[in-house]
Ligand binder design. Structure first.
Ligand code: SF4
Length: 386
């Protein structure tokens, strides 16, 4: 993304494309379908552009024409990169204020994983090894389920919803495959995993350059500017963890092109986003980077993993090799100890008191199950007395 490109005047090509997209959005909003719209908002450039165009359309029509509610939904995994979640919250506050001031039918919402679905309850409580490509237990619990739950609640109330996503064909080869899955030649496509949810991708044919050119040229209709977003990308070396609403979108979460993901993400080899922020002068995030690297390093140390799974069973792979179980109780306690030390050092919440309480409950349950299992094995073992 070059400086020249960012601040260039919008060229004719972009003007023509944006005019067509504005017409599409307006015509879809005016269609006979009464169903509410849900805009998936990740805080990244593409979903910001979609939210911008939808907000602008609502402002440009008369109050009596604003017949559908628009939900702008962001998901907070609770381990988002600190600067990114800060940016999302700022923009959400601006959107809420503008929606209220102009009396727009806009609901700005944040979804979150359930207590049992958070990163820490699973990693530290249940001892799940840090996620990697073959055991990526996090995306479903922390991203897909919270957003899907919200969408399903709306479907239960209204029968159907239209989900607006900022997916684009030229984002990446992998993403292009998931975009193609929805491509039935119609404006609305059925969501692959959610009944009652139709997907509308208004900016699917824009290029990355188009998106930056637009955002660098036009300030958001909710006020302020897109400058902070542009700096975020510049500092994080680009990329984003997109809105994920189904398994077909999930491959792009936690890949090298997903640099706006969770700060704890061990699916990527290096957290380029946090590294970028630290290099750009946000040295206070250095401890997070070190902690993430340590989590990644300890993952495959057999001495830190239990032999059995939490259900007491041993696991052997198809190739006949032994598969270690969760982190040992001592390792889980050590992870919590280090996390709390960083939290205190940084003076910002990294794990909530509810999560800590739930972790302790899970530890107690595991300890009871283990002592029960040991007693049962002793009772069945003919060589052991008593
Ligand atoms: S960014 Fe990484 S840790 Fe977060 S949900 Fe995606 S794969 Fe999991």
């Amino acid at each position: 993304m070059s400086q020249t490109l960012l601040f260039a005047d919008a060229d004719d090509d972009l003007e023509i494309k944006i005019k067509a997209i504005r017409e599409e959005i307006r015509s879809e909003y005016f269609s006979d379908l009464p169903h509410p719209w849900i805009v998936g908002f990740s805080g990244g450039k593409d979903s910001t552009l979609v939210a911008h165009l939808v907000f602008e359309m609502l402002l440009n029509i008369s109050p009596s024409q604003r017949r559908r509610t628009v939900h702008i939904v962001a998901n907070d995994t609770l381990v988002e990169s600190p600067l990114v979640i800060g940016h999302i919250k700022t923009v959400q506050a601006q959107m809420r204020e503008a929606a209220e001031a102009f009396n727009l039918p806009v609901k700005v919402v944040t979804t979150q994983p359930t207590l049992d679905g958070t990163f820490w309850v699973n990693l530290i409580g249940r001892g799940y090894p840090s996620p990697n490509r073959s055991f990526r237990w996090c995306t479903d619990r922390m991203k897909i389920q919270p957003t899907s739950r919200y969408i399903r609640e709306q479907v239960d109330t209204t029968g159907q919803v239209i989900l607006l996503l900022g997916v684009r064909r030229d984002e990446s080869a992998r993403r292009a495959v998931s975009v193609a899955k929805y491509d039935n030649g119609q404006r609305l496509n059925r969501h692959n995993d959610m009944v009652g949810c139709m997907v509308f991708r208004p900016i699917v044919d824009l290029t990355t350059e188009n998106v930056w050119e637009f955002l660098g040229t036009y300030p958001p209709p909710w006020g302020a500017s897109h400058t902070e977003l542009i700096s975020l990308y510049r500092n994080s070396l680009g990329g984003e963890c997109p809105v994920v609403t189904g398994k077909s979108d999930a491959p792009s979460c936690g890949t090298s092109s997903s640099r706006f993901g969770c700060w704890t993400c061990t699916v990527v080899e290096k957290d380029r986003s946090l590294e970028g922020f630290v290099e750009a002068g946000f040295a206070e995030f250095g401890p997070l980077l070190e902690f993430r690297d340590w989590l990644s390093q300890i993952r495959n140390d057999p001495n830190l993993r239990s032999a059995r799974r939490r259900n007491g069973k041993f696991t052997v792979s198809e190739a006949g090799t032994f598969v270690p179980g969760p982190f040992t109780p001592d390792t889980r306690a050590e992870i919590l100890r280090r996390l709390l030390a960083i939290q205190q050092h940084m003076g910002r919440e990294l794990i909530s008191s509810e999560e800590i309480a739930r972790i302790r409950e899970v530890w107690r349950d595991d300890a009871m199950n283990n002592s029960g299992r040991v007693a049962a094995e002793r009772a069945e073992d003919p060589h052991v007395e008593g």
